[in-house]
Design a binder for this molecule. Structure first.
Ligand code: NAI
Length: 283
């Protein structure tokens, strides 16, 4: 039996049903929240449904996924979520696209609704600026894979109110996540600390160190559960490069200078696990 919801938000609109949006819809539905999951085409929605079925099979092979799917309305029409008091945006990481979505949600949802973004690097302040409710715009940053990773970073923009921040913190806990609050600067908290560390590990390889030795060093010497180069390979070398570039540009500070080896690897198509080759070989 699916548990009944008694959450701060009973109905949530999730916009964008890719890797993250489908994961967010999954976690919400599993905790009893009714979700309207919106993407651009029925194929996108079908892929989201398959992702949820697959992840459910991995996490709870003994139970039926149907009770989770029953809580999700898969739709290509964002108006089907216009009653929701919380929307979580998880479309592509591009400010113009996000601002268009925020403008649309602002016009559609009730005036008291909160508009959240799952962005991993873009400014919450810039998204809030296109709405008539900047105090109700906030970051709700999940980590991948959403049904497995326990953290949610609540990102407080310059305009975000205390009340909005607290509501999203409480809701994050109600859906079973651990929550931290971060300021709205590039990388927020986790990526701000993690990404320069991973970039530095790439420099160590560029200088001639062996990836396996570096990984062993960090696992044994700093008690990390996974070595930095294995982690880069599973995140995607291109994803790391994009994020370190956004820190570099966002702070205009040479300490975030992207490792040239990362650029060369991306140019060569060595993107990590997903391409079969990164710092390690997966073929
Ligand atoms: P994705 O490319 O898998 O999914 C994006 C989805 O948004 C696609 O299915 C696309 O069709 C849909 N979309 C685009 N415009 C739309 C619109 N106007 N209305 C409805 N749907 C629309 O991307 P992913 O990886 O899920 O990332 C989404 C967001 O989450 C990005 O902001 C990303 O930075 C952030 N994020 C990604 C993480 C990751 O590990 N991939 C981790 C944490 C945050």
């Amino acid at each position: 039996m699916q548990q009944q919801s008694s959450k701060l938000f009973e109905d949530v609109l999730v916009v964008g049903g890719g890797l993250m949006g489908a994961g967010i819809a999954h976690v919400l539905a599993e905790s009893g929240v009714h979700v309207t999951l919106v993407d651009q085409s029925t194929q996108d929605l079908e892929r989201a449904r398959r992702q949820i079925e697959k992840m459910h099979g991995r996490k709870h092979p003994e139970t039926d996924v149907q009770s989770v799917l029953n809580n999700i309305n898969f739709s290509t029409n964002v108006e089907e979520g216009k009653h929701c008091l919380l929307a979580i945006e998880a479309v592509l990481e591009k400010m113009t696209i996000k601002q268009a979505v925020f403008k649309q949600l602002d016009e559609l949802l009730p005036p008291q609704a909160i508009l959240a973004s799952n962005t991993s690097s873009l400014s919450i302040a810039a998204m809030s600026s296109v709405t008539a409710r900047p105090a109700q715009v906030v970051g709700m940053h999940f980590f991948s894979p959403v049904p497995i990773m326990r953290l949610v970073e609540v990102v407080r923009g310059i305009n975000t109110s205390d009340e909005t921040t607290e509501k999203i913190r409480t809701f994050g806990e109600q859906i079973g996540k651990e929550v931290i609050v971060a300021k709205d600067y590039p990388g927020f908290t986790v990526n701000r600390a993690l990404v320069p560390f991973l970039n530095e590990a790439a420099y160590l390889v560029m200088e001639g160190n062996d990836p396996a030795e570096i990984d062993r060093g960090l696992m044994l010497g700093a008690n990390h559960p996974i070595g930095p180069l294995k982690l880069i390979d599973s995140l995607g070398v291109d994803v790391l490069l994009f994020t370190i570039e956004s820190l570099y540009e966002g702070f205009n500070d040479s300490k975030y200078r992207p490792c040239p080896l990362l650029k060369r690897m991306v140019e060569a198509g060595h993107l990590g696990k997903k391409s079969g080759k990164g710092f390690y070989d997966y073929s």
